[in-house]
Design a protein around this ligand. Structure first.
Ligand SMILES: Nc1ncnc2c1ncn2[C@@H]1O[C@H](COP(=O)(O)OP(=O)(O)O)[C@@H](O)[C@H]1O
Ligand SMILES: [Mg+2]
Length: 251
């Protein structure tokens, strides 16, 4: 079988963002590839969430460029980001708890039959197929989203993202509010997304998670990228040193 290559999907070039006197991002550069899980790590306040909000189009940077599949943008709006395939997966946000899974996946974009009726049967079939592709276990495809666990709700959000053209899936602390089993399921879902060819960014405080999932780790400190390293080339202690800015201990 031919070697499956990763491709450059998105580049962040010299992105800057200040909030009043706080320089949240001071010229960040980052390359994001398909078929790869990239972890972004850094202390509280380092600028991680600000960085991914610029990708999601939620905040406009003060300077720099975001280049998506070769096309450069000064800033994105949320609609543009989605159209370009950039999907931020929020755990609870944007799901309607009192509606079933298929309805949530297709929210606002329901398939229509005879130009008149919402094609519920098609929605359910496609929802089942998506959950099989993603290997997500759910009690029933007819369950209301409010009855699902945090991990399963995240699955619904991921299914919706990839159904509607998501190419880059961004997770900001995806397992922060999850129990042990939930976390395992969420991590295996994220890992499978990388293998299926999606570009994935995960922000996590948990270095064990980062090391088990990511192929590359980008370390941000005080609004700057300190280093982006291949996971295979570093130890967790070295990454901690990069995060805190402590002098490197000789190996
Ligand atoms: N909406 C905002 N208004 C003012 N300051 C903000 C805002 N959002 C973030 N900041 C500041 O920007 C810096 C980076 O924050 P953030 O990107 O949330 O960091 P991280 O996600 O790495 O913890 C912090 O100093 C934070 O206080
Ligand atoms: Mg954050």
């Amino acid at each position: 079988m031919a070697e499956i290559e990763k491709k450059l999907f998105l580049q962040v070039c010299d992105i800057k963002k200040s909030y009043g006197h706080v320089e949240a991002l001071r010229g960040v550069d980052l390359d994001v590839y398909t078929r790869e899980i990239l972890a972004i790590v850094g202390d509280n306040g380092a600028g991680k969430s600000t960085l991914i909000k610029t990708l999601a189009g939620v905040i406009a940077p003060d300077g720099g460029k975001i280049i998506v599949e070769g096309q450069a943008y000064d800033k994105l709006n949320p609609r543009q980001a989605l159209d370009l395939g950039i999907s931020t997966v929020y755990q609870d946000l944007s799901l309607v708890n009192c509606r079933d899974i298929a309805t949530n996946i297709f929210l606002g974009r329901e398939p229509v039959k005879y130009k008149l009726f919402v094609d519920k049967k098609k929605m359910v079939q496609e929802a089942v197929a998506l959950f099989e592709q993603l290997n997500i276990n759910i009690p029933s495809i007819h369950a209301q989203v409010g009855q699902l666990s945090g991990g399963q709700r995240q699955g619904v959000a991921v299914a919706r993202a990839i159904k509607f053209g998501g190419k880059l899936l961004v997770f900001d602390e995806p397992t922060a509010a999850m129990g042990v089993q939930e976390t395992e399921a969420a991590l295996s879902l994220i890992s499978s997304l990388g293998k299926q060819g999606y570009a994935v960014i995960i922000i996590s405080h948990n270095l064990h998670q980062v090391f088990s999932l990511a192929q590359r780790i980008c370390v941000i400190r005080q609004g700057r990228v300190v280093d982006t390293v291949a996971t295979a080339d570093v130890t967790p202690n070295q990454v901690v040193s990069l995060i805190t800015g402590a002098a490197q201990v000789p190996a």
